[in-house]
Write a protein that binds this ligand. Sequence first.
Ligand SMILES: [Mg+2]
Ligand SMILES: [Zn+2]
Length: 163
Amino acid sequence: MPKNQAIFLDRDGVLNKNQIDYVKNIDELEIFPNIGECIKQINEQGYLVIVVTNQSAIGRKLTTKKNVEDIHKHIQQFLKKNNAKIDAFYYCPHLPTDNCDCRKPKSGLLVRAAHDFSIDLKNSWMIGDHDSDIEAGSNIGCKSIKISHEGNLLDIVNDILKS
Ligand SMILES: [Mg+2]
Ligand SMILES: [Zn+2]
């Protein structure tokens, strides 16, 4: 039986600002300042924190896997200063036309994480800023919440952790 509960987070628009032409490198990464406190609270409540993010900019050759992984390292370093951490990052590098099983609204990234970390999906959450995030979570039985405006993660997390 899967034992662990997780809060799955979309990346862009949730942890950092959306950019018009993708977040392609560290220079374009604007992390929301309250993310440290937010993730720390999730860590302390014993939920896994797993980022699941569509990064078709890789498939479009606008950025590279290396750049995307550097962005994830950078987010992790930022969190470390707040004694917080993300347990794993999963990203889809594909184009919409690739018809992969991992680009949200498909649930492949969450399925992979659930397998790797023995996650109880029914008692886990998916938080994102697009309908595709909500669909990806709902499709596999996660409770899913859409962020109404950028930078609002802390309020949502507080509500979840209180419930
Ligand atoms: Mg997003
Ligand atoms: Zn994919």
